[in-house]
Design a protein around this ligand. Structure first.
Ligand code: NDP
Length: 487
């Protein structure tokens, strides 16, 4: 595995982009890691054409052979874990312990899961009358496009590549411009595992390259992980050519802490759901509704836990929280914090750049607000940083109404010992995933995706296969048809 400067991965090899230059920056150290060039319009066209040719042969390959390539790629991710982790850490600023423990294993597991899931890919056969029968064939869509966010670069690439490839499609992938590297390395690993050229290609670039994929007539489906605003733009553009779209978008998810819960577990859930990975996780439970009767105890335990979070350089094994993705993003988060203070939210913890990182990187203290109203901007909009808002509540009906009062609907959490109440509440929450006494865990096979503005479609599950296939119905006559105009 060799990578110095990220390049496009097209035609089965590393190719220098012919578009504009982008500086790839290590957000924790402010170092320019390298300067890469984006894909030009001509390169995008050539990649689509090459993908289209390669896809036809790929779709004819026995599915078990396609699965074996995914298994081998997963094994290569495991083999190169150390080198991959360092690349991912430099691009993202995330702590290496998170990348090694979660990001890389979940990328490899996605490949293994869809390799296994391939055995379920089948059509149906129906004998609904003696004069005919019909059967269906799940067929690939052709050339698919996918666009990733910067928070889980390799994992997002694998979550999209695995279902696309196993179902017989080719994939053109555009990683976020801030995190270009691991998607390209994945191309090398796929090739080493035996994937023929042009089935997984990487087109580095900015929003313009993403938009070119969305608009390209040779691409039949587009899968995006990103913000709601980008999702709206992508869906509108894809509507012009009636491309299929899957959208994994942002959230402002509620976590509900009921009076009888194991409070220590609720605090642990709040840490996973707000501060892990610097809070840069779409499904985070950033609106934490805490019952009045346990409010004081919850705040005490959570602030104690926040004091023990170690902010540090991402390469350091003891670091709990690393750098945010960029200075620009850090300043956006700081602005949201300042606005919350101006609007009257009480800052109980953090809220600043840590003193030791004033001049370097994009670090922010874990931040905790107590909010007296749900109408504050910080309660309404996604911050995508280590910022949690506590919202006190009194009764069940009230908290369900308030939890659902959001344009987002990605996830939710419920903490209680009363499982009847937990299931009752889960059934009423408008969210794609509801965790009971846990938060931000995604076992393979558990569909992940959003209600409302948080998205369209589901990833990480069997149902994802149907998002990369189209059903053909084949009717077989067993008797001659009658002439329609015989009297
Ligand atoms: P953005 O929406 O800004 O970007 C996402 C991707 O879309 C990037 O690759 C970006 O390119 C590209 N893009 C931007 N504009 C366009 C366009 N007009 N056409 C095509 N592609 C475009 O999101 P962020 O990268 O800032 O990621 C954070 C967001 O992603 C948060 O809202 C978060 O909640 C969401 N997210 C959702 C997840 C989910 O599974 N539901 C998981 C992870 C994140 P470029 O990088 O050049 O800007």
């Amino acid at each position: 595995m060799v990578i110095s400067t990220p390049t496009l991965w097209i035609h089965g090899k590393a190719v220098i982009g012919q578009g504009r230059e982008i500086e790839n920056i290590d957000p924790a150290l402010d170092d320019v890691l390298n300067t890469y060039t984006t894909a030009s319009a001509t390169q995008i066209d050539q990649a689509v054409m090459a993908a289209s040719d390669a896809q036809k042969k790929w779709a004819e390959l026995p599915i078990a052979e396609r699965a074996n390539i995914l298994y081998r790629t997963a094994a290569l991710i495991d083999t190169h874990q150390e080198a991959l982790a360092l690349l991912e850490v430099k691009d993202t600023g995330k702590p290496i312990r998170d990348v090694v423990k979660d990001d890389l294993p979940s990328a490899a597991e996605a490949l293994r899961y869809f390799a296994k899931a391939s055995v379920t890919l089948s059509g149906q056969s129906n004998h609904t009358g003696s004069d005919h029968f019909f059967y269906t064939r799940p067929e690939p869509l052709g050339v698919c496009g996918a666009i990733g966010a910067w928070n889980y670069p390799l994992q997002i690439a694998c979550w999209k590549a695995a279902p696309a490839l196993i179902t017989g499609n080719a994939l053109l992938y555009k990683p976020a411009e801030l995190t270009p590297t691991s998607a390209v390395v994945l191309g090398q690993l796929f090739q080493e595992a035996g994937l023929p050229a042009n089935l997984y290609q990487v087109l580095l670039g900015d929003a313009q390259v993403g938009q070119a994929l969305v608009d390209h007539s040779g691409i039949t489906k587009l899968s995006l992980t990103g913000s709601v605003e980008t999702g709206q733009r992508v869906a509108a553009s894809a509507g012009q050519s009636l491309k299929k779209v899957s959208l994994e978008l942002g959230g402002k998810s509620p976590m509900i802490v009921l009076p009888d819960c194991d409070l220590q577990q609720a605090v642990i859930g709040a840490l996973w759901g707000n501060y892990y990975a610097q809070g840069e996780i779409c499904s985070n439970g950033t609106r934490v509704f805490v019952h009045h009767s346990v409010l004081e105890a919850f705040i005490t335990q959570l602030t104690t836990a926040l004091k023990s979070i170690r902010i540090g350089l991402p390469q350091c094994l003891s670091t709990h929280m690393g750098s945010l993705i960029s200075r620009t993003h850090r300043d956006r988060v700081l602005h949201a914090i300042q606005q919350a203070k101006n609007e009257g939210a009480e800052c109980l913890f953090g809220g600043h750049i840590p003193a030791e990182f004033c001049d370097k990187g994009a670090f922010i203290e874990p931040t905790l607000f107590l909010c007296n109203t749900d109408s504050l901007q910080i309660v309404q909009t996604e911050v995508f940083g280590p910022v949690l808002c506590i919202l006190p509540f009194t009764d069940e009906e009230e908290v369900i109404t308030r939890a659902n009062d959001s344009p987002y609907g990605l996830a939710a959490g419920i903490y209680t010992q009363n499982l009847m109440q937990a299931h009752r509440i889960a059934a009423q929450l408008q969210a794609g995933t509801c965790w009971i006494n846990a938060y931000n865990v995604y076992p393979q096979g558990m569909p992940f995706g959003g209600y409302k503005k948080s998205g369209i479609g589901r990833e990480n599950a069997l149902t994802t296969l149907s998002e990369y296939t189209q059903n053909k119905s084949i009717y077989v006559a067993m008797k001659p048809m009658e002439h329609p105009f015989v009297c």
